[in-house]
Design a protein around this ligand. Structure first.
Ligand SMILES: Nc1nc2c(ncn2[C@@H]2O[C@H](COP(=O)(O)OP(=O)(O)OP(=O)(O)O)[C@@H](O)[C@H]2O)c(=O)[nH]1
Ligand SMILES: [Mg+2]
Length: 368
């Protein structure tokens, strides 16, 4: 889910039409709501957090053709998670619940990158639920596992708020090749569909190709890109925030060069970029989003810790879940460093960005 708060009535017809004549002062968008019929408790609690007068856009559900949600994204997620062969789905065919089932589940969760701490937590809670429900069949265990995982992942399901400030400035960070630039392209499409005016900044000044790549996404989406030949990423970011303010943009998204957490000087550089943005606009960047390649497995957690310690992250985009990712790392994230997952990437095209849905994800993990 992401929420869009607008100070003034949007001049953009798609947003107003989609909002169904929402309050002119405030629009809340929910491109794809949690899976029907029930919402996880935290997701339900998130809705009233929106200011009064907020009007949700049409909800979608996994696999449905919600606005901006390609049909079958949930299928692609499931297919991606299934490819690993580490799926949990094959474990529930037996006739009774025994210790061997819990052991196999433990192994499957570890192999799915959940890590030992989150795995132990999940199993402990599962055993408790199995006892409490007096479950008798592996089929019931499967349903309870879905529940346990949904509860674990629900705190990660939080909307990205847009429009509380004008512009909302977003900084994208992550290791090399995680999918930052591609995710910026996709996010731009999402935001435009909700009626936002978006400006991009080519803060990856290391490679000319990086600038060109962002320019191509800008062109595809019909948005402007602030760039400099060579130059300093902080200077580009500063210019972009200023330009965003001057041009009345709703969102400014700043791309950055990929870097490893072990490259201390490059991590320091990120701090500088962040600091300089704050000089162009009080409170900027309003969002520091880490893009994580889900195929990195447990390494993703190390990245998360390092970037969070450096910048204080506000959210995550978890990419490449359509590939060979095992997906279990999300349980480790929920346990160790519960930074909200705003979106998941399930492909390389413009539409392949989905709002994170804890219940749907738990379902994909368990059912494979
Ligand atoms: N299958 C799949 N591929 C993705 C996804 N997101 C990004 N990619 C691909 O991952 C590769 C790297 O993406 P980029 O967006 O260039 O990654 P980056 O983080 O900007 O990389 P650097 O700027 O070099 O650090 C590209 O080939 C993308 O098409 C996704 O969700 N699914
Ligand atoms: Mg890039």
């Amino acid at each position: 889910m992401f929420r869009l708060f607008k100070r003034k009535p949007s001049a953009d017809p798609p947003a107003e039409a989609a909002a169904g004549a929402a309050s002119p002062s405030l629009v809340q968008t929910q491109p794809a709501q949690p899976a029907q019929p029930q919402q996880p408790p935290q997701a339900a609690a998130a809705a009233p957090a929106a200011s009064p007068g907020a009007a949700p856009l049409e909800p979608g559900e996994p696999g449905s053709a919600a606005p901006g949600a390609p049909a079958g994204w949930f299928g692609r997620l499931r297919q991606g998670l299934r490819k690993t062969g580490a799926g949990l789905s094959g474990l529930f065919g037996g006739a009774r619940i025994d210790e061997a089932l819990f052991e196999e589940l433990e192994t499957a969760l570890i192999l799915a990158d959940a890590g030992s701490a989150a795995t132990a937590q999940v199993l402990q809670e599962l055993r408790r639920k199995v006892r409490a429900a007096r479950a008798e069949t592996p089929h019931q265990v499967r349903e309870l596992l879905r529940e346990v995982l949904t509860e674990l992942l629900s705190p990660l399901q939080k909307p990205l708020d847009i429009g509380r400030t004008s512009p909302t400035v977003i900084m994208m960070v992550g290791v090399n090749g995680a999918g930052k630039t591609t995710s910026i392209g996709k996010l731009t499409r999402h935001l435009q569909a909700a009626g936002c005016k978006v400006l991009l900044a080519a803060g990856d000044t290391f490679r000319a190709a990086a600038r060109e790549q962002l320019a191509a996404w800008g062109e595809r989406n019909g948005v402007q890109v602030i760039a400099q030949q060579g130059g300093d990423p902080a200077a580009v970011a500063f210019d972009a925030v200023q330009a965003g303010r001057a041009r009345g943009m709703d969102v400014v998204i700043v791309d950055t060069a990929g870097r490893l957490p072990t490259q201390a000087h490059l991590m320091e550089e990120l701090k500088k970029v962040k600091r300089v943005m704050g000089k162009a606009m009080e409170g900027a960047p309003h969002e520091a989003i880490l893009v994580i390649d889900a195929t990195n497995g447990q390494n993703a957690l190390a990245q998360l810790r390092a970037f969070d310690d450096t910048l204080g992250l506000s959210g995550i985009i978890l990419t490449k879940l359509d590939g060979s990712a095992k997906g279990g790392v999300i349980a480790a994230i929920a346990r160790e460093r519960p930074v909200p997952i705003y979106f998941i990437g399930v492909g390389e095209s413009l539409e392949d960005l989905q709002v994170f849905d804890a219940q749907a994800f738990a379902r994909a993990l368990v059912d494979g």
